[in-house]
Write a protein that binds this ligand. Structure first.
Ligand code: PPS
Length: 330
């Protein structure tokens, strides 16, 4: 199924026809969730793949074998994409992990009354916008992005594929414990302290891990490990679908190593090297002009949504309906 230039319109939102059909989207909306299901929901480019990796590692108690042998889109298929039903049928994994980019107002009804656990990942929208812009250049199933200014207008106007970032974030994060079993984690929190995020997620999933297992999760979800894992980095996707000469999925991690020199303190060398091997927070500053950033802020304000703001402190995000079973290695 190529359909590289096809746009599928569904509930007023554009989706790449390469992976979505009306049938696959309808199928997602009728999906009978089970209480042991885990769903990662996100707007594209918000840290989805990172969360897929973290949840996979947690449910395998830090063992990277599954991540190294099974593609992320197989072990955490996108519910709305046309291959999901087949993957599910062939899967022998006990814990069903799904991914979705659908907004809450579209998928929410299917989740009503379900005890499935939903982990929502969000990211500073300016970084999302820049990451999405670069991804449009390499993904032949997405329209050509044009100039950054045009792309930015599309992002702010909610006309890009997968719809409005504002509707997406507001829809999912306005859920309360009485609606769905929900945890919200941000890309920035993961960048700042992935260990705490792993503990928070494992507690939400009911998988208590030993310190050693947490260490293993931290190690295997690092930017450099993930960037070099062919089951995650999308390098196996053919050129006609993802043009690898026009970019990399793991865009910003630099592989250069800064040697320690007398001109640098040991702490500066360590800090430089750790930043070289992670994705970046605030990278938008190298793309946005001051005017573009100010305009972005004013649109955020109009949507009552600050790019930097988090609605609630991390500790208050998880809610426990308390009745879902614990999830251990599948
Ligand atoms: S997608 O296409 O929606 O699945 O993309 P998504 O996975 O949501 O986002 C891709 C961006 O996440 C970055 N990424 C990471 N950053 C830091 N650490 C880890 N481990 C990590 N894994 C993925 C990835 O580099 C993309 O961000 P940009 O800014 O483009 O580099």
């Amino acid at each position: 199924m190529a359909r590289l230039n096809v746009t599928e319109r569904f509930h007023g939102i554009s989706f790449p026809g390469h992976m979505h059909t009306e049938k696959s989207l309808e199928w997602a909306l009728r999906f009978p969730f089970q209480e042991t299901d885990v769903i990662i929901a996100s707007y594209p480019k918000s840290g989805t793949t990172w969360m897929q990796e973290i949840v996979t590692l947690i449910t395998r108690r830090g063992d990277p074998h599954l991540s190294q042998t099974l593609e992320n889109w197989v072990r955490a298929p996108w519910l709305e994409q046309n291959y999901c039903a087949a993957v599910l049928e062939a899967s022998s994994l006990e814990t069903r992990l799904f991914t979705t980019h659908l907004p809450y107002h579209v998928l929410g009804p299917a989740l009503q009354g379900s005890k499935a656990r939903v982990i929502y990942v969000s990211r500073n929208p300016k970084d999302v916008c820049v990451s999405y812009f670069h991804f449009h250049k390499m993904a032949n199933f997405l329209p050509e992005p044009g100039l950054f200014q045009d792309f930015l207008n599309g992002f702010l106007g909610g006309t890009l594929h997968y719809g409005s970032w504002f509707d997406h974030v507001k829809g999912w994060t306005s859920q309360t414990p009485s609606t769905i079993n929900f945890l919200h984690i941000t890309y920035e929190e993961m960048s700042l302290d992935v260990r705490s995020c792993i503990k928070q997620i494992s507690s939400f999933l009911g998988c208590s891990l030993t310190a050693e297992e947490v260490n293993s999760c931290v190690q295997h979800c690092s930017f450099s490990t993930m960037k070099n894992n062919a089951k995650i980095n999308y390098t196996q996707i053919p050129e006609e679908i993802l043009d690898h000469s026009r970019g990399s999925f793991f865009r910003k991690g630099r592989t250069l190593f800064v040697p320690h020199s007398p001109a640098l303190s040991l702490m500066s060398t360590l800090a430089l090297n750790s930043s070289c091997f992670t994705g970046e927070v605030g990278n938008w500053k190298s793309t946005f002009t001051v005017e573009q950033s100010d305009h972005f802020d004013s649109v955020c304000k109009r949507h009552d949504c600050s790019p930097e703001r988090r609605e609630k402190p991390a500790e208050e995000q998880g809610n426990s309906k308390g009745t879902s079973p614990n999830l251990h290695s599948a």
